[in-house]
Design a protein around this ligand. Sequence first.
Ligand SMILES: C[S@@+](CC[C@H](N)C(=O)[O-])C[C@H]1O[C@@H](n2cnc3c(N)ncnc32)[C@H](O)[C@@H]1O
Ligand SMILES: [Zn+2]
Length: 298
Amino acid sequence: MSLFLCPICGSTLTPDARTWRCEGSQTAAKTVHTFDVAKQGYVNLLPVNQKKSKAPGDSEASIQARQRFLAAGFYAPLKQALVKIVTELTKNKGNINWLDIGCGEGYYSQALASSNLNQLIAADISKPALVELAKKSKAAGQLWYQQKEGKKAAIVPMVASAAHLPIKTNSLFGISSIFSPILPKPFFEVLESGGYLLIAKPDQGHLASVRQALFDDVREHDSDKFLQELAPYFELIDRVEVETTLNLSQNELTDLLTMTPYSYRAKLANREALLNSALKSSFKTQARFVIFVLQKRT
Ligand SMILES: C[S@@+](CC[C@H](N)C(=O)[O-])C[C@H]1O[C@@H](n2cnc3c(N)ncnc32)[C@H](O)[C@@H]1O
Ligand SMILES: [Zn+2]
């Protein structure tokens, strides 16, 4: 049984390697909507009227910078911590459907799919990010329509909005939102009873030396505010901290600044001074993350 819904009419949407097709709207005309799978392997389930801008999501430049930075392994400890949590939550369970919302280019999605999941829906509002994710997943043979009998790790890449998830209610075991939007009610609705929500965020002191160099007045990350909004829907069951030291070359530091929102707010002179300081010797900073593990309230 398909767990997908047509983003236009809300009827059941059936995946297919070429074209996804809905059952047809409830109107007398019974219009059927179709969504072609792009050659890279993703499907676009974001109707034009749900797009807030022409090219929603992160820019091409920040996507490329993040790809390089993550591929270099700087945030591997966070990836490993996420995989460990998902592996524990899914232990001795079968047929696990998981959503990675705001998945970006899929650095974490690909790792999560290799844990104990059957289907990893990788969704993001940004088409360029999904193109990268789909290309990498296809090359690794991880796409849902490439799956061989008995092999796990089926990734279903889709352009979709967190606010209008094209997914049936009570159908997912878990959702991860890694530095991505958190929408308590839509997440609550698509999760099955007792389903899990993992949220990864920067923690207090994340990249402190970078922010000290950029700003005269350093604001702390407010890690816990969103928990109040989640409280009516989810119970917090665990909080895992991850810390790692980064030694960055000037190019790596440039990528880090491009992929974070900091640099846009910083004075140009501060940014240049910071980058110059990484010319002779590597720049050292601490990355600090926190993963919140929440469970759907019954
Ligand atoms: C900071 S990035 C994190 C990407 C990825 N999880 C990672 O850590 O590498 C945030 C992502 O959320 C996506 N995003 C923003 N608003 C969204 C929405 N309403 N629905 C789905 N994705 C959204 C952006 O396009 C972007 O890829
Ligand atoms: Zn439809």
